[in-house]
Ligand binder design. Structure first.
Ligand code: AVI
Length: 314
């Protein structure tokens, strides 16, 4: 962590713990250990999201690339290992270029090198950046002449944003795609609780370890004094907001000391660590109101768990 990252993490943690109710930003779940745990979550049999997203790609790749048209420039936000884009690039007609935007330089270099071996003709770019920050200028600098610019954001990370953040982000993606471009965005669908809760509270405790890792980070990275074992992972469904919430709930009266400040927790108090909003096709269309975007087309996986929308300027 750079000194600036450390400072921001400390400020965010202090503000979050002082909030009523206490909360910590979900972006801090993803240090090296957290990212590895997230990969493990994706492999649990309860977490359907990744498999459904892949199944959607495998089932509909042809139709998706038909809708986009030939010679597209694909721009992927948070590209990670770059697995899903392969399915689209394989199906695409003369893809013109691919730009991966990823915060981890190692992940970016490895994924782009593997992609270049598989698609030797393709123009491939990498941008090490936090895609939640404004980066349009840098993306346009890399932009080759192409049939259409396609901003590609699979995986339903949009679920982890509040509605206001999601709208702001959609506007930014619209700007990146330009008036003739499109956005391919993955969105997890509303579904029964029996399916949702285990997906965020798997039997092997991987999601619990992922959530509790945030307390480990407070201790290891920020020097907080706390007892990790005094907290338990909990996944709740907030019916009104149609979202899964992850919480760290105090098992007994306890405290966290951070940077000379004391935060007391009574048994049952919680720290809210993540939201994962679930959308129907209609509620996602409503989210787009005022963003300048509309749904051109939607695909779902064969089990109807997950959706991908092709968004265009309205
Ligand atoms: C990254 N994101 C889409 C995941 C989700 O399903 O909201 C994060 C996650 N948190 C717990 N399990 C998975």
């Amino acid at each position: 962590m750079t000194p600036d990252d450390h400072k921001r993490f400390l400020q965010d943690a202090l503000a979050g713990l002082a909030a009523d109710p206490p909360e910590l930003p979900c972006k801090y779940l993803y240090d090296e250990r957290g990212s590895a745990l997230f990969e493990d979550i994706c492999a649990t049999h309860e977490y359907y999201v990744t498999r459904a997203d892949l199944a959607l790609h495998q089932t509909h790749a042809r139709e998706i690339v038909e809708a986009i048209g030939p010679e597209a420039h694909f721009i992927e936000l948070g590209s990670g290992a770059g697995i899903k884009i392969r399915t689209l690039l394989q199906a695409a007609r003369n893809p013109r270029a691919y730009t991966a935007i990823e915060i981890s330089r190692d992940a970016l270099d490895q994924a782009n090198a593997a992609l270049q071996r598989q698609f030797p003709e393709l123009e491939i770019h990498g941008l090490v950046a936090d895609y939640t920050q404004p980066i349009d200028g840098e993306v346009f600098r890399l932009d080759p002449p192409a049939g259409r610019r396609v901003v590609y954001f699979p995986g339903s990370t949009i679920s982890n944003f509040t509605h206001a953040q999601a709208r702001e982000f959609l506007v930014r993606m619209g700007r990146m795609a330009g008036p003739d471009g499109c956005i391919l965005i993955g969105v997890d669908l509303v579904k029964p609780l029996e399916r949702l809760i285990p997906a965020y509270d798997d039997a092997a405790g991987v999601t619990a370890a992922f959530n509790l890792n945030l307390l480990r980070r407070l201790h290891n990275d920020l020097g907080a004094r706390l007892e990790i074992d005094d907290f338990a992972h909990e996944a709740r469904y907030n019916e009104r907001e149609q979202r899964i919430e992850m919480h760290l709930v105090a098992k007994r009266d306890t405290a966290i000391e951070l940077d000379g400040r004391h935060f007391a927790f009574r048994r049952g108090d919680s720290i809210h660590t993540e939201n994962s909003h679930k959308y129907s096709i209609a509620s996602f269309a409503a989210l787009l109101d005022g963003t300048g975007l509309r749904i051109e087309r939607t695909w779902t996986d064969p089990d109807g768990l997950f959706s991908m929308h092709d968004l265009r300027a309205d």
